[in-house]
Design a protein around this ligand. Structure first.
Ligand SMILES: Cc1cc2nc3c(=O)[nH]c(=O)nc-3n(C[C@H](O)[C@H](O)[C@H](O)COP(=O)(O)OP(=O)(O)OC[C@H]3O[C@@H](n4cnc5c(N)ncnc54)[C@H](O)[C@@H]3O)c2cc1C
Length: 332
């Protein structure tokens, strides 16, 4: 089949790579100037794969797709020749003693799975964390490296026709219009424009999220951790090069302006309260982006002859993409 994909975020790139491997002829259109230029929400994502912890807000369907994706990601990274880009060694939930009541209310809303850790067990797993934190291990959860995976997916799909620096101005069954008025014809058009699909999906909105990158040599963190707090949901995600990503705010706004002082103060003070070694860390990067969300916060996969739209991945694009791509491959 000839397939044209609008949007090279996580969903578009994963589909392009998989469809090309399955023998289809694929073209991808995206306004980014090249595979490494950030813009997609997928670049900003922390890369947490947390079907269990996210059940606090997310549906059982999201969790089920998430667990399926967690089973698929390691094989995808392996096929890309970079197995280290995905880790599934579990994550930690943390709470300060005085916040235990609030944390237990959250835990009571999660399915079975979190395993309480006593002080010695926490110290054995994460010696740099404050020792008297309440902690739970979430086995099987994981993390991945978004920038590296996005670039690997594009670079390892050389047979795909990449239209970088081009915008789709009209997405229709079996045809897509480029910003210069040229039409691309196909057997199937797939719309994965994220927030760029707003002209065709009136209910789609952006939800602002902010992250900060810390350079913290000597501060060892081995798992992604999430702090259960009465006011904030803060996570710390270790990355190579002594980087720890601290995120993320969730603000009902389509404002893409730089990180606010309030978000920076709240996220960083929460991070420092669990990992005091961060005191001398350097803030090397701050970033804002918008999560594409629909009113029910569910992923939206709409099929009609010659056109497939995938959107509304909200907080969970990386968590959902392989499971959704699997459904698309079956459909194709
Ligand atoms: C701060 C933050 C933290 C996050 N953390 C996580 C996390 O830890 N785990 C997780 O699973 N998810 C996380 N997410 C969510 C995740 O990033 C999104 O769900 C995911 O990126 C959505 O994927 P997508 O491919 O639908 O859209 P995007 O990744 O936004 O990609 C859309 C692409 O479409 C392109 N486009 C737009 N308009 C057009 C057009 N007219 N023509 C052609 N192309 C167009 C854009 O340039 C972009 O490349 C986070 C998001 C944010 C903002």
């Amino acid at each position: 089949m000839q397939v044209v994909i609008a949007g090279a975020g996580v969903m578009g790139r994963l589909l392009a790579w998989q469809l090309a491997r399955a023998g289809h002829r694929v073209a991808v259109v995206d306004p980014a100037e090249g595979p490494a230029q950030p813009g997609a929400a997928a670049f900003t994502a922390a890369g947490m794969l947390s079907p269990l912890a996210e059940r606090e807000h997310a549906s059982a369907e999201v969790a089920a797709l998430g667990w399926r994706s967690l089973a698929l990601w390691p094989a995808i990274a392996q096929a890309l020749g970079q197995p280290a880009l995905v880790r599934t060694a579990g994550s930690l939930l943390l709470a300060h003693g005085p916040d235990l009541g609030a944390a237990q209310r959250v835990l009571s809303r999660l399915p079975a799975g979190p395993q309480p850790l006593d002080r010695a067990a926490l110290h054995a797993l994460e010696p740099a964390l404050v020792p008297d934190l309440k902690a739970w291990l979430l086995p099987g959860e994981g993390q991945l490296l978004p920038h590296e995976l996005l670039q690997a997916l594009a670079r390892q799909a050389p047979d795909v026709d990449w239209f970088w620096g081009r915008r789709a101005t009209c997405v229709r069954p079996r045809r897509l219009e480029l910003d210069d008025g040229q039409w691309l014809d196909a057997d199937l058009v797939i719309d994965t424009r994220g927030l760029g699909a707003q002209p065709d999906l009136a209910a789609l909105r952006g939800v602002r999220g902010e992250v900060l990158w810390l350079h913290a040599p000597g501060v060892a963190l081995h798992h992604p951790v999430r702090l259960l707090h009465p006011r904030h949901r803060v996570y710390l995600v270790p990355r190579p090069g002594d980087i720890i990503v601290v995120g993320a705010s969730e603000v009902e706004s389509e404002d893409r302006s730089p990180v606010s002082l309030r978000s920076a103060v709240e996220l960083l003070s929460a991070a420092h309260s669990v990992l005091p070694g961060l005191a001398e860390a350097r803030i090397v990067h701050m970033e804002t982006n918008l999560r594409p969300a629909l009113p029910d916060h569910q992923p939206h996969l709409a099929r009609e002859p010659g056109l497939l739209r995938i959107n509304g991945l909200f907080r969970h694009g990386w968590l959902l993409a392989p499971a959704l791509a699997e459904q698309v491959l079956d459909h194709v």
